[in-house]
Design a protein around this ligand. Structure first.
Ligand code: HEM
Length: 119
């Protein structure tokens, strides 16, 4: 009996590989300081990498306190990554949140934890 082969069945491995490639490209386009992190992998930032997340020019706004990185982008008091008129996102504020803020670390519960700061 003659075997009927369609384009899809002959090239099924190629089609599968193409689908994987498209998925990878679209996933890569979602990363970086301009994109909200949605991946459930652990994000580990160095202090230099954290500095990119300053909330300016459409970049996301992250701050670090006690080794945890928080996303403050959508918090109204951190508009454009600036808080209290003088604290720009992209930095470790473990000391200032205790010594300079009227509220202390309790306010951190309003922000999402998105990663950890490398030692
Ligand atoms: C998730 C993080 C944070 C949130 C949600 C937050 C929220 C707020 C809010 C709502 C106020 C208004 C006053 C009050 O309710 O106590 C405030 C004031 C203030 N915060 Fe924060 N804060 C955060 C982090 C920080 C950090 C890291 C610092 C220090 C580096 C800081 C320093 C200040 C200062 C100095 C004021 C007084 C500003 C002024 O009166 O002009 N905050 N913050």
């Amino acid at each position: 009996m003659k075997k009927i082969t369609t384009f899809a069945s002959r090239h099924r491995y190629l089609i599968f590989a193409l689908l994987i490639a498209i998925l990878q490209v679209s996933a890569c386009a979602e990363t970086g300081p301009e994109a909200k992190e949605t991946w459930k992998v652990e994000l580990i930032l160095t202090i230099e990498e954290l500095a990119q997340y300053d909330g300016l020019e459409g970049r996301r706004a992250y701050i670090a306190v006690d080794g945890i990185v928080y996303d403050v982008t959508d918090i109204p008091q951190w508009k454009d990554g600036l808080h209290g008129g003088r604290f720009q996102a992209g930095r470790d504020y473990s000391e200032e949140i205790r010594s300079e803020s009227p509220h202390g670390t309790g306010m951190l519960s309003r922000a999402d934890e998105v990663g950890i700061l490398e030692d």
